[in-house]
Design a protein around this ligand. Structure first.
Ligand code: GRG
Length: 300
């Protein structure tokens, strides 16, 4: 079955195949664990294991809606997951969140050591851009546009800047607008760029780019609100990471500022807006609608 035949079956039936594509692309890019220096390469692969791969699925879902063949989406799917994995490894370090548990197992600095975890993050970041440079199914202009978008989303005006603001905001009570702005960068930028990368692969016109961005922004913020809610209500075993961290670190969260029920309602409204944006796209919106439902129903 072709991965790009939405009329044949629902996106849910193609998720396993997409995740296999992602695994193959990542496996081909990263050196085997036996490559010198072995400890680094072993840790590099360890950092990429587990995870829900929602960002990769967003690339595939948005690309499928726009009719892009899967081989043109693999490099972007791989690249966003590598940036995401690096951000989690660095976020867990003692100098940042100081966490022992990630994806249900010891964090990279616990399973290996702190210096290795720093280097793993550094190397994952450079491999992400290598994935885009190597993309043989994309033309040179598409590659440059993808590299620019991913660099912008992950750098100091995106994810890294959001992390800096987040750390500086500990023990402060933010306004909801300040919290939204922080998360638009820290978590939202990388989620948004998944849609932008799919748009670049599709050579999408501006109107389509705008609708894709609306979908990506709504999903990004809804995802973070949900993350705050889950941190408060779920247990460590379900989350696969330490529950209740936000309260322990005295961080402003959506439930702490608006109350649990209102935070949930805000997330639900954003998921609805994302679905509206998906329906406004040309093509079959089913993959993006499925993904919005899938993320909305997550428990970890
Ligand atoms: C250290 C540069 C740097 C950035 C860190 C994203 C981030 C910035 C830190 C992660 C902290 C955190 C738990 C944020 C909440 C949202 C989030 C990114 C959750 C983890 O994403 P999932 O649930 O993870 O998609 P999996 O494990 O499924 O890949």
């Amino acid at each position: 079955m072709s991965l790009t035949s939405p009329e044949v079956s629902a996106f849910a039936d193609r998720v396993t195949a997409y995740l296999q594509r992602l695994e193959r692309a990542t496996d081909a890019l990263l050196p085997p664990a036996s490559t010198h220096p072995e400890r680094l390469h072993h840790a590099l692969r360890y950092a990429c294991e587990g995870g829900k791969h929602l960002r990769a699925l967003m690339v595939y879902a948005a690309g499928e809606t726009l009719g892009v063949p899967a081989e043109q989406l693999d490099p972007a799917a791989c690249a966003v997951e590598l940036i995401h994995a690096y951000s989690l490894v660095h976020d867990d370090l003692p100098g940042m969140d100081n966490d022992d548990l990630r994806r249900g197992r010891p964090t990279v600095h616990k399973a290996f050591d702190e210096a290795t975890a720093i280097l793993v993050g550094d190397a994952l970041q450079t491999f992400a851009f290598e994935a885009l440079v190597n993309a043989s199914a994309l033309n040179a202009e598409q590659k440059v546009r993808m590299i620019r978008s991913l660099a912008h989303a992950s750098g100091s005006l995106g994810m890294v800047g959001g992390q800096a603001v987040d750390m500086a905001s500990e023990n402060l009570t933010l306004t909801v607008a300040q919290l939204e702005s922080l998360h638009a960068r820290k978590t939202g930028a990388l989620i948004l760029v998944t849609c932008q990368l799919a748009g670049i692969a599709a050579n999408a016109p501006e109107a389509v780019e705008i609708a894709l961005e609306r979908y990506g922004k709504c999903i990004g913020l809804a995802f973070q609100i949900q993350d705050d809610v889950l941190d408060q209500i779920a247990d460590t075993a379900t989350l696969g990471k330490t529950a209740g961290k936000d309260l322990a670190q005295n961080k402003s969260t959506f439930p702490s500022l608006m109350g649990l029920e209102q935070a949930r309602q805000r997330a639900d409204a954003l998921f609805d807006e994302a679905r509206d944006a998906a329906r406004s796209l040309p093509g079959n919106a089913e993959p993006l609608l499925w993904l919005a439902d899938h993320i909305q129903q997550r428990n970890h």
